[in-house]
Write a protein that binds this ligand. Structure first.
Ligand SMILES: Cc1cc2nc3c(=O)[nH]c(=O)nc-3n(C[C@H](O)[C@H](O)[C@H](O)COP(=O)(O)OP(=O)(O)OC[C@H]3O[C@@H](n4cnc5c(N)ncnc54)[C@H](O)[C@@H]3O)c2cc1C
Length: 407
């Protein structure tokens, strides 16, 4: 069987997987725009929350770390935990990784994947059809943007940067909010950094965060407890286990697996963001956003949020907040139904748990030959799969399994 393996997606996970498959001598076709979500769904000026050591895309041979990239272009090496990684540098690193290790990348989208006996048929947006012996889905976060129901009232036509409410993934240039009143809903790194970048560009920014003390920041590296093991995310036994021993995660009860994916490394700003945040952004703590709507019409319409005050406040329980624009930094939620390029019959055959694929050893789904990596693998292999450093665990294992089963 000479059909190639198809890798769908060219972000850190797709590129890393493809590099490992190529190193095993498997014929591979890789589809997608390299590092597209890092260019199109993240704001200019963003700094990565992950440290340089946790920002390496795993390669089958040495010479392809972020530090190697810096050396190759003659830039200052980014190595210590205190070196911050600009998103522009990381995107360029991913593109360099692609040129070095996955040079045959095809910049087309896969629009359909259908099973054909024990192979798969892929339709590309170029009009071409191809057959693959196995398919690796590495399409990342962008299909899974999450807008909670209580915020949909302010986005009757869907979230849009030009309407009353948008999702944080829809912004690359936050200077468009200069002089405007902006509300950012959320308390994770994306919410807090979006708020800071908009405020520093001249917007008046309020962060709407659930719970008392909901906005919090991590400890700087020099204040982390010395007696705990080092992990890519900081010093903690739990983070160490989740980073380096993700194999048994699949055997935890489903409730625990889904809970840990949501909560571990959950809403917490990076240590270096605290000072900039406290200088430029105000916080409105709420128990919850009750509902949202729009006041006025046409270009003058403004989003309106109904907010429930935190428990114990004597003031009115429900208050309102109006702004020129609301950004929902409400994250991503895996739901296979959103991967519409996977044909209906294929999705119907997939074993799932709360909308996520149930993966076996080697990242294979219940459909032989169909693999998932990156965020959709987090419910099976843990929260490390939400981050670039998870490529170190995922890519060699996936490639080894695929080579053994379909090589
Ligand atoms: C604001 C923000 C900040 C983040 N900061 C960090 C950080 O500091 N450190 C960290 O480790 N992680 C961070 N993350 C998480 C990070 O985005 C993921 O870990 C990483 O991008 C996952 O890589 P991926 O390859 O799975 O997905 P992506 O990077 O999303 O790449 C997916 C690729 O698939 C392509 N694609 C999608 N659909 C198709 C299709 N049908 N056909 C062909 N190609 C397709 C896309 O064009 C894209 O190139 C951040 C996320 C966000 C939103």
């Amino acid at each position: 069987m000479n059909h190639p393996v198809a890798v769908v997606g060219a972000g850190p996970y797709g590129l890393s997987t493809a590099a490992h498959l190529r190193a095993r001598g498997l014929p591979v076709r890789v589809f997608g725009e390299p590092m597209a979500s890092w260019r199109a769904n993240m704001p200019a000026g963003m700094l990565l929350k992950s440290t340089p050591a946790a920002s390496n895309i795993d390669a089958p041979r040495p010479g392809h770390t972020l530090a190697d990239y810096c050396a190759a272009i003659g830039a200052r090496p980014l190595v210590s935990d205190e070196d911050l990684v600009p998103v522009e540098t990381f995107t360029a690193y991913g593109e360099w990784f692609q040129q070095e290790l996955v040079p045959e990348l095809e910049r087309v989208r896969v629009v359909a994947v259908e099973p054909r006996g024990d192979t798969f048929e892929l339709k590309l947006d170029s009009g071409e059809t191809c057959v693959a012996r196995a398919v690796v889905v590495a399409t990342g976060l962008s299909s899974f943007t999450h807008l909670p129901r209580e915020l949909t009232g302010a986005a009757p036509d869907g979230p849009s940067p030009h309407g009353p409410l948008s999702h944080s993934s829809q912004h690359t240039d936050l200077s468009v909010f200069a002089g405007k009143d902006l509300a950012v809903v959320g308390a994770g790194q994306s919410a807090l950094e979006t708020a800071v970048l908009a405020a520093e560009a001249g917007a008046r920014v309020r962060v709407v965060a659930r719970g008392k003390g909901a906005v919090d920041f991590g400890d700087p590296p020099w204040e982390q407890p010395r007696l705990r093991p080092v992990s890519p995310f900081g010093r903690a036994w739990s983070l160490y286990a989740l980073s380096y021993h993700a194999q048994p995660y699949r055997f935890l009860p489903p409730q625990a697996r889904h809970h840990l994916v949501r909560r571990v490394l959950g809403p917490l700003g990076a240590w270096w963001l605290r000072e900039r945040f406290e200088r430029s952004v105000t916080v409105r703590e709420v128990r919850r956003v009750v509902r949202s709507g729009v006041e006025g019409s046409g270009p003058d319409s403004r989003p309106l949020l109904a907010l429930e005050a935190p428990a114990g406040r004597i003031a009115a329980r429900i208050g309102e907040l109006s702004a020129d624009h609301v950004i929902a930094a409400t994250g991503y939620r895996v739901d296979l139904a959103a991967l519409d390029f996977l044909g209906h019959s294929l999705r119907a055959r997939l074993g799932t748990s709360r909308g996520t694929p149930l993966l076996r050893a080697g990242f294979v789904s219940s459909v032989p030959g169909l693999y998932f990596t990156g965020l959709p693998a987090a419910a099976s292999y843990g929260p490390v799969m939400r981050f670039v450093c998870g490529t170190r665990f995922a890519s060699p294992r996936l490639a080894a399994h695929l080579a053994a089963a379909h090589g």
